[in-house]
Ligand binder design. Structure first.
Ligand SMILES: Cc1cc2nc3c(=O)[nH]c(=O)nc-3n(C[C@H](O)[C@H](O)[C@H](O)COP(=O)(O)OP(=O)(O)OC[C@H]3O[C@@H](n4cnc5c(N)ncnc54)[C@H](O)[C@@H]3O)c2cc1C
Length: 408
């Protein structure tokens, strides 16, 4: 390790590693260090992700970033010489009558922007998800009342959506960067940044937990849900820190329901934001708990599945009561409180401090576009491929939030 680099990236998840690749591929001049505190890359949020991707977004920036990223991931295995489990199994959102009216109004925008999207009648939703009942006639009236179930009025299906393995992609990005640009790239594991040195409105370097100091004038903060803490201990006041909370999210792997056809389902989103997809002979199921308090606890809870997911899922899909949890894990979303969207670009108060944070549950799927955009900004001084200006830090003060209607 040197005592000075031209750029330092903090964090070796999908974001930090893809920024590393894009910096060198864009022609960054000088030595770059990627510093990761773990003993391997991408073992935190990126490994705990469902790895799902979709181009069905209501906001143009998310649609553009996801569209670029899906195209990029499609050829990743060939381009980076590593399998990433890329599979376009499709995404099916189901909607109650009121939101369905809004969703239908997005169809012309999808068509204009080339995003493949199909509006499905309730009977077509039932055909796509074996055993699902769109109506309420056979659902327990108590559940209907207690959980606010409504009939499914329609489905939005995106055939180009799917999933991939973000940690494999993180490794692919890094290995290719090291292979092709070994003279300018250094990956430093088992090394933790204690604080970022900021003086006179500029990045000066980092101090490590072992006391060493490394100077740099270009820093990329890609420390996932720990980014806010790092800024706070570096002396950044709350008003200039990221408006982001770490929030636990959980995934459960169960056996398939006793219904034929589950190996061909898309990722499906039903009542209460419960989502599930086929995963190598099993079902992977999740739901973002709206009552989860911010914090760094990542412990999964079987009770959460039993109380908040299973009973509701089996009402909509009789047969799902046979889905028993085989494994489960928790991880942290970095939730941007004002608008649940990423924060990308240079921090307005600190020259050289580049942000790539607050991805709020969709950081893996936009990583290829977001990291390219940030690298273009650093190397060329402007966005060239996707204009990521809407994700600037300044939007919070300006009240120019990125409003997204298609959320789970
Ligand atoms: C349960 C779950 C499901 C998800 N599902 C999806 C999905 O389907 N689709 C999708 O797009 N996204 C999904 N996400 C979100 C997605 O996984 C994240 O947005 C993405 O992985 C963020 O990547 P990252 O590189 O910013 O963070 P991380 O992968 O967490 O990487 C940050 C790295 O920084 C390191 N680090 C932290 N502090 C320091 C320090 N001080 N010094 C050195 N290193 C440090 C950490 O060790 C870590 O390796 C999901 C997340 C969870 C938790």
């Amino acid at each position: 390790m040197r005592d000075s680099y031209d750029a330092i990236i903090i964090g070796g998840g999908i974001i930090g590693t893809s920024v590393l690749w894009n910096l060198v591929a864009q022609g960054f001049k000088g030595k770059i260090a990627l510093i990761e505190r773990g003993d391997a890359l991408a073992e935190e949020t990126s490994a705990k992700s469902a790895g799902a991707f979709r181009n069905l977004w209501g906001s143009r920036i998310n649609m553009e970033m996801a569209t670029y990223s899906i195209k990029f991931l499609k050829t990743f295995e060939n381009d980076f010489n590593i399998p990433i489990g890329f599979h376009q199994h499709g995404y099916l959102f189901t909607f109650y009558p009121e939101p369905w009216e809004t969703i239908k109004s997005y169809k012309p925008t999808f068509d204009e922007t080339g995003v493949k999207a199909e509006l499905l009648a309730p009977e077509d939703v039932e055909k796509m998800v074996p055993g699902l009942r769109a109506g309420l006639d056979r659902i327990d009236p108590d559940i209907v009342e207690f959980a606010g179930f409504e009939p499914i009025a329609g489905g939005l299906f995106g055939p180009d959506c799917g999933s991939f393995d973000p940690s494999a992609a993180a490794k692919g990005y890094t290995e290719r960067a090291v292979r092709e640009y070994h003279e300018s790239v250094e990956v430093i594991l088992k090394t933790e940044v204690k604080r970022i040195e900021l003086e006179g409105g500029k990045v000066r370097g980092v101090e490590l937990t072992d006391g060493r100091r490394i100077s740099t004038s270009v820093l990329v903060l890609a420390a996932g849900p720990w980014s806010m803490q790092l800024l706070a201990v570096s002396g950044v006041p709350d008003s200039e820190n990221l408006p982001v909370d770490p929030i636990k999210r959980q995934l459960f792997v169960t056996n398939l329901p006793d219904i034929p056809g589950y190996d061909h389902i898309p990722l499906v989103i039903i009542d209460r934001g419960i989502y599930f997809k086929y995963e190598t002979g099993n079902l992977q199921i999740g739901r973002a708990d709206p009552d989860q308090a911010p914090g760094f606890n990542q412990e999964p809870s079987l009770a959460y599945y039993k109380d908040e997911i299973g009973p509701y899922m089996q009402e909509r899909i009789p047969g799902a009561e046979h889905c028993n949890v085989k494994s489960m894990w928790g991880g942290l979303y970095s939730v941007t409180k004002p608008d649940h969207n990423g924060i990308l670009g240079q921090h307005p108060a600190y020259s050289g401090l580049n942000l790539a944070n607050g991805w709020s549950g969709h950081g893996a799927m936009v990583a290829p576009a977001a990291s390219l955009a940030l690298a273009e900004l650093i190397v060329h001084g402007a966005y060239k491929t996707v204009d990521a200006t809407p994700l600037r830090f300044e939007r919070f003060a300006e009240g120019d939030l990125v409003v997204e209607e298609i959320v789970i």
